[in-house]
Structure formats: structure tokens, C-alpha cells
Design a protein around this ligand. Structure first.
Ligand code: ACO
Length: 414
């Protein structure tokens, strides 16, 4: 086989443009973000999550009756089918909220056979609404069940954000908390071709259904370099413990050359505009909760990071996940629900991207440069032992499991 000509590999697809979109645009140099032409600063100050979902799904702002229609549609879809409860109850104790969410979202697809609104963009829009409405119910119910509390029925008179807080705690949320969470949902609803959205688009490009696309995206979101960074940011704050410990903790991390969560972005080479808004919002929420501990630690850590030459030289700034941590903490949302909170918001963007992909679909199928050996001679099983013996470092045997991705001597146990 001929060796291919050298190619310029775009590691991590950095800078690669594979499609066009009418949904959101990021100006990484200026630190700006807009949805369908509307600047995020304006949307955060005025829009509700329901309006943003409409904006992304229909690519224009809704008139009052249209917003009413979509809000009702979301409210009517909040309940989970009865059969899902059996699965919810049988999840193992060690299931994390993201594992539960991914599993239940996938399960729901088997019970959603009723959407045939072709005239409204095909069944994908109907299923997008249904799943967007149900995700908060899944998360709140899972959280209550694991705390041995009965799940709470969704309320039809509350907004997306207020209803989530109500289902989580069983009390009408303070107005400030519902508003802050609603703004958080607005801020995270879509964000260009981020990893989870891209993964949803890949699945959509195979003509996969909406549930498959969302489950793909949930799996991608979970990783600590993407949505998982919000939880890691909070873990950092917990590890630091008090403002007085920030400096020592920071020096230790720098000396150990460890990544700090909540900083850096593939596209932004200026401050993430969502971080700017979340900074103010998390301070307000901390003050309202009467506990500024996590906000104060975050603010001091940010000061150290942004004034350090390592970060300045690399143009690393605060990202969306950093102030998400003190904000969600002030709203008394458990730390392992931080990534699911991201999903509650981003599902509007994922599904809007799926709808867009369906409209101008071409199978997404990039290539990789094969860099391995070529033209090797096949050897039969009985002839391989001497060859393996000659490479002790690579042996995958009981005595040397370190080099073996899955030690062969230990069969997996479930
Ligand atoms: N802490 C310390 N160093 C960092 C950080 C960080 N948070 N981010 C980037 N760097 C350094 C890298 O070590 C690298 O240094 P080097 O050139 O000396 O090797 C350089 O900056 C470039 O880093 P890359 O990982 O190549 O840059 P990339 O564009 O892939 O990074 C990423 C983007 C993955 C988000 C990165 O900044 C990171 O790991 N941040 C921490 C995790 C995080 O907060 N993720 C959330 C992102 S926002 C979101 O997904 C919702």
C-alpha cells in the first residue's frame, strides 16, 4: 500500500468549518455571543428560557400567542410516562445523575411514538419539545429518589426554571432563585459547534432520531473538558475551602502543571461573555443566600489566574463553567447536578442543531491519517509467543497489568 502524501491534520478539528448555521455565533476575539442575531447580553437581561427555545427552534422571536403556545406545549409534556418510573426505581445506588439522565432519556424514545406534526417541522420538533420538557423532571425525580424522598409532580403554572426548583425541593422557589436559574438556562442554550452539539449533529447526519442525537450529546457533555468542568470547578472551590487557602492552592497547582477548571476555551481568546454575566449573577445569588464563601474563593482564584503570565501568554480567560459553580451552589443545587443543569439548558440548542442538520443534511464523515505500520506479515497464533516475549514492555499478562488496558487475568464483573 502506498504511503499517503503528508496532510495538514487539524487536531481536534480546530478551526474546521464543516457546515453553516443560523443559530448562534461566537466572536472569540471580541468575546461576544449571539443567538439568531441577538446579543447574549440583551437576551440574558430580558428573555425567558421558553423564548430562547422558540428562538432556536423557529429561528425568530415568538409573538405573544406563539410563546404561550410553546410554553403550554412544554408544560403539558413535563410528566414522565408511568413505565419509566419502574426503570428509575431500579437504577443502582451508585448511578450518577448524568448516567441516570442518559439512561432515562434513551428509554423515553421507546415510549414516544405519538408525534407526527409534519407541518411543524416533522416529528423531530415535537420530540424535541417533549424531551426538553421532560429532562428537568428526570433530574429532579432522580435526585429525590436517591434521597429517599417521593418525586414531585411537575406544576403547570411555573416556568421551566421555577418548576425545576419546585420539583427538586417541593417548595415554591424564591423569585430571585427562579430568575437566576432561568438566566443561566438562557446563557447556556446554544454555543456554536461545541463538542456535544457537534456530536448531536454527527448522529443527526446519519438520519438518527432526536433521542439518539440527544443521548449522544449527553455522553459528550459529561467529560471534564466540556460540561463536566462545572462540577470540577466546584470541586476546586471545595478543595480550597477558604479564601486564605487560595494562594497556596494556586501555587501548588501551577508547580504541578495541573489544569484549572473553569478557565480556557477553544474559541474565546477574550473573556467568555457568559462568564461576565454569571460573575454578577453568582454574586447576587450568594448575597441572597447569605453565604458568600464560594463566590469569594472563586473571585480570589480568578484574580490569581488572570494576573499570572502563564494564562496571559496563552490568552486563557474565565469560561462559563467557572462562575456556574458558585451560582448553582448558592441556589442549593447539589454538585453532581451541575452537569445535568447544563443539559437542561443545552437541549434546546442540541435539538435546534439537529433540526438544522436535517434540513441540509450531508453525512458527516471526516478522515484520519493512518499512522500505524503497514505491510506486516501475518503470523499464526502458535508462532506469536516468541515475538511477544521479545517485547516485555508491551506484554499483557497478569504480572504486568500496568501496560494492559484491561488486565486479562481479571474478567470484568458486573
Ligand atoms: N489550565 C491550565 N492550562 C491550560 C488551561 C487551563 N484551564 N487551558 C489551557 N491550558 C494550556 C494548555 O496546557 C496548553 O499549554 P501548552 O501550550 O503549554 O501545552 C495551552 O493552554 C493550550 O491548551 P489546549 O488544551 O491545547 O487548548 P484547547 O483549545 O484545546 O483548550 C480547553 C480548550 C480544553 C477548554 C482547555 O482550556 C481546558 O482544558 N480548560 C479546562 C477545562 C474547562 O474549563 N473546560 C470547559 C470549557 S467551556 C465548555 O466546554 C462549556
Amino acid at each position: 500500500m502506498n504511503k499517503p502524501a503528508p496532510v495538514d491534520i487539524k487536531w481536534g478539528l480546530e478551526g474546521v468549518v464543516f457546515t453553516e448555521t443560523y443559530l448562534s455565533v461566537i466572536d472569540g476575539e471580541a468575546g461576544e455571543l449571539s443567538y439568531c442575531g441577538y446579543d447574549i447580553q440583551n437576551l440574558a437581561a430580558t428573555a425567558t428560557y421558553e423564548e430562547i427555545a422558540f428562538l432556536l427552534w423557529y429561528q425568530r422571536l415568538p409573538a405573544n400567542p406563539e410563546l404561550e403556545m410553546l410554553s403550554n406545549w412544554l408544560r403539558e409534556n413535563r410528566r414522565l410516562p408511568k413505565v419509566v418510573w419502574g426503570i428509575m426505581h431500579s437504577l443502582p445506588d451508585q448511578a450518577t445523575p448524568m448516567e441516570a439522565l442518559r439512561t432515562i432519556a434513551s428509554t423515553l424514545s421507546m415510549f414516544d411514538r405519538s408525534c407526527h406534526h409534519e407541518e411543524e417541522g416533522g416529528s423531530s420538533l415535537c420530540r424535541s419539545v417533549s424531551l426538553t420538557a421532560k429532562v428537568p423532571t428526570i433530574i429532579a425525580s432522580f435526585d429525590r429518589l436517591r434521597r429517599n424522598r417521593p418525586p414531585i409532580e411537575p406544576r403547570g403554572d411555573l416556568s421551566h426554571a421555577a418548576n425545576f426548583l419546585y420539583m427538586l425541593n417541593g417548595e415554591d422557589p424564591p423569585e430571585m432563585a427562579a430568575r437566576a436559574l432561568g438566566t443561566y438556562f438562557v446563557l447556556l442554550a446554544d454555543h456554536g459547534m461545541n463538542a456535544s452539539t457537534f456530536s448531536a449533529r454527527v448522529t443527526a447526519s446519519t438520519l438518527g432520531d432526536v433521542y439518539s442525537c440527544v443521548v449522544t450529546a449527553l455522553g459528550t457533555l459529561k467529560g471534564p473538558l466540556h460540561g463536566g468542568a462545572s462540577q470540577r470547578s466546584m470541586e476546586q472551590l471545595l478543595e480550597i475551602g477558604s479564601v486564605d487557602n487560595v494562594d497556596e492552592w494556586f501555587e501548588e497547582k501551577m508547580a504541578a502543571k495541573q489544569r484549572l477548571f473553569g478557565f480556557g476555551h477553544r474559541v474565546y481568546k477574550a473573556e467568555d461573555p457568559r462568564a461576565t454575566i454569571l460573575r454578577g449573577l453568582s454574586l447576587q445569588a450568594a448575597d441572597a443566600s447569605g453565604n458568600r464563601r464560594w463566590y469569594d474563593i472563586a473571585a480570589r482564584l480568578e484574580e490569581r489566574v488572570l494576573s499570572h503570565s502563564y494564562f496571559q501568554e496563552r490568552r486563557i480567560y474565565t469560561n462559563v463553567d467557572f462562575y456556574t459553580a458558585p451560582l448553582l451552589s448558592a441556589l442549593e443545587i447539589p454538585i453532581d447536578l451541575f452537569i445535568p443543569m447544563f443539559a437542561v439548558s443545552r437541549i434546546a440548542g442540541w435539538t435546534a442543531n439537529v433540526l438544522e442538520q436535517q434540513q441540509h443534511n450531508r453525512l458527516i464523515r471526516p478522515r484520519a491519517l493512518y499512522a500505524g505500520p503497514r505491510d506486516l506479515t501475518w503470523t499464526g497464533l502458535d508462532q506469536r509467543e516468541p515475538l511477544v516475549e521479545a517485547q516485555p514492555d508491551l506484554q499483557c499478562v497478569a504480572g504486568r497489568p500496568a501496560n494492559c488496558p484491561a488486565a486479562l487475568s481479571v474478567p470484568p464483573r458486573f
